[in-house]
Design a protein. Structure first.
Length: 202
C-alpha cells in the first residue's frame, strides 16, 4: 500500500481532483443552460408564428364591432382600407396578425390582405417600389405611423407552410404586408417589407 507522506503532494492531488470535478459541474451546468435557452427561443418562435399564414384562424362569418384598430393607406396604389383584428374576410379591410406587434412598436407588425377577393385590397401591391410610403393611422393611440418600403417582391416564401414567418417582438419598428402568390392562389406568400420612418399625431 502506497502512503503519501508528503502533505504538499497530497494537497496538490486533492486540489487537482477538486478543480476537475468543479470544472465538470460548471461545463454541465453551462450546457444545460444553453439547451434551456434554445428551448425557450424555440417556444417564442412557435408563439410568434401564425399557424396558417394565408388563412389565419379568424371569425370568418361574423364581423365584430370594435375590432377595427386603424386605417391602412398606400398612396402609390390608391389604397385606403380598414385594419381589423377579427377577420381577413371583410370588404375594404386587411387583417392584423395578433402574433405580431402593434403598429409603431419595435418588432414586426404583420398585415394580411387579399389580392383577388373581398375587394382585393392588395391587388396592386406588386407596383410598390422601394421608398414608397405606407401609412397606418392608429385609432387606438391616435398616431399616424409612416413607413417606407424597403423591398417588394424580393421575399416570396414558397415554403411558408413548413417554414412559417416569425414576427420579431423587438428591435427596429418594421411592417410586413403579406398576401398570396400567384394572385388568387396560396402557393406562396408575397411579403413587402417596410420600416418606420416617422410618427405623427392625428
Amino acid at each position: 500500500m502506497v502512503k503519501m507522506n508528503n502533505p504538499k503532494l497530497y494537497a496538490g492531488v486533492l486540489c487537482i481532483l477538486f478543480i476537475s470535478i468543479s470544472s465538470g459541474i460548471v461545463i454541465k451546468a453551462l450546457e444545460d443552460y444553453k439547451a434551456l435557452e434554445r428551448s425557450r427561443a424555440a417556444l417564442e418562435n412557435y408563439k410568434n408564428a401564425p399557424r396558417e399564414l394565408l388563412n389565419p384562424e379568424t371569425d370568418t362569418y361574423t364581423v365584430h364591432a370594435g375590432s377595427v384598430i386603424g386605417k391602412l393607406i398606400i398612396p402609390r396604389i390608391g389604397l385606403e382600407c380598414w385594419i381589423r383584428e377579427d377577420t381577413v374576410n371583410a370588404y375594404d379591410s386587411v387583417y392584423h396578425y395578433p402574433e405580431s406587434v402593434m403598429p409603431g412598436q419595435g418588432g414586426d407588425c404583420g398585415i394580411l390582405g387579399h389580392r383577388t377577393t373581398y375587394s382585393g385590397p392588395f391587388k396592386r401591391i406588386g407596383r410598390l417600389k422601394r421608398g414608397d410610403r405606407v401609412i397606418i393611422e392608429d385609432s387606438v393611440s391616435s398616431k399616424r405611423y409612416i413607413y417606407t418600403v424597403t423591398s417588394n417582391g424580393e421575399d416570396i416564401l414558397w415554403d411558408y407552410k413548413t417554414n412559417p414567418v416569425r414576427f420579431s417582438q423587438g428591435g427596429e419598428a418594421r411592417l410586413m404586408l403579406i398576401t398570396c402568390y400567384p394572385p388568387g392562389k396560396k402557393e406562396a406568400a408575397w411579403i413587402t417589407h417596410c420600416r418606420l420612418l416617422k410618427t405623427e399625431d392625428i
